[in-house]
Design a binder for this molecule. Structure first.
Ligand code: ZN
Length: 318
């Protein structure tokens, strides 16, 4: 006979067999009227509480150490950020209004992705309710991305010897230009990006593998391309960790894109990327990346679906 208290612990463990990384500070930053819905982080968090998640299911990130940021970003750029010395054109490229709070926001996301990556290595899977700022380069930010949390985290777990090789599976609507550039000459990282071609960024440095889709492409093209590459890429590269950017912006009703991908197919995308990795016992860290649907509730549903898919898969394998 199992005592009741243990049964209830087992129940929670089964419902949320992995940790979430989240901070209340993710949505406090004031960026004014903007297409980037920073409130999505809080909305997902609140929905998770409604689904029965408890405070202990969440880990709170801290800003990263400066030496971690130096693994990717240049001292000159970090100094400019710290002193608020970005030029007008650098702020235009960033497409976000600079403030000390914005820097704090960006730093916390880096700390969050580091924490989620470390946790994924322990538990097999972890979800960062945030992150995926793949347009940030070593010496500048762009496209709403101040610091590249994906690259800093990958470099950190690699430097600490926690992984030998890692893969970035970037399924955001936009090509992961910053991440592609950062890892272009590093054979311990494989960068995969599937994105809409006729869209920002204008310059797309080569990822290890880029899959370009075009305006009007829908479920069929999207899932066919994905199935062509997974699990094949996992089997060939054999990463010790996968950073999955589960962007909500390939969605048919996104304001920034013109793919015709439905919510159902985005769920299938999540299943393929996560399940094929977990079948091979590869840990996965899930990051949200973009999402600019006309209705923010659609963006929130897409992100929550990714979590529900992960929950089902992780329950199946552990
Ligand atoms: Zn995007």
């Amino acid at each position: 006979m199992v005592p009741l208290i243990n049964m209830s612990k087992l129940f929670w463990k089964k419902r949320f067999p992995f940790k979430f990384v989240y901070s209340d500070k993710y949505w406090i930053v004031d960026i004014g009227e903007h297409v980037f819905p920073v409130e999505k982080y809080r909305l997902v968090y609140e929905k998770l509480l409604h689904m029965g998640a408890k405070r202990e299911n969440f880990l709170t990130p801290q800003p990263p150490k400066e030496e971690d940021l130096f693994l990717v970003h240049t001292p000159k750029y970090l100094k400019k950020l710290k002193t608020g010395a970005l030029s007008h054109s650098e702020i235009l490229t960033l497409e976000l209004p600079y403030s000390p709070e914005l820097l704090e926001f960006a730093l916390l996301f880096v700390g969050g992705t580091i924490l989620a990556a470390e946790r994924a290595l322990e538990d097999g899977l972890a979800v960062h309710i945030g992150g995926g700022f793949h347009h940030a380069f070593p010496d500048h930010g762009e496209g709403f991305c101040v610091l590249n949390d994906v690259a800093v985290s990958l470099e950190k777990v690699k430097q600490e010897g926690k992984v030998q090789k890692a893969m970035v599976v970037d399924c955001d609507l936009h090509q992961g230009n910053g991440t592609a550039f950062i890892f272009s000459k590093k054979d311990y990282a494989f960068t995969f990006s599937m994105h809409q071609m006729d869209l920002y960024p204008a310059q797309k440095p080569s990822s290890s593998l880029d899959v370009g889709l075009w305006s009007g492409d829908g479920d069929k093209e999207y899932l066919e391309e994905l199935r062509l590459n997974f699990p094949r890429l996992y089997q060939e590269f054999q990463p010790d960790l996968v950073f999955y950017l589960a962007g909500a912006d390939p969605y048919e009703k996104d304001q920034l894109g013109s793919l015709r991908v439905t919510i159902e197919s985005l769920k299938e995308r999540d299943r393929i990327v996560i399940e094929e990795a977990r079948k091979l016992h590869i840990p996965v860290v899930i990051l949200f990346a973009g999402g600019y649907a006309h209705s923010v509730s659609d963006t929130v549903s897409i992100h929550l679906n990714t979590i529900k898919v992960a929950q089902k898969i992780q329950g199946k394998y552990f």
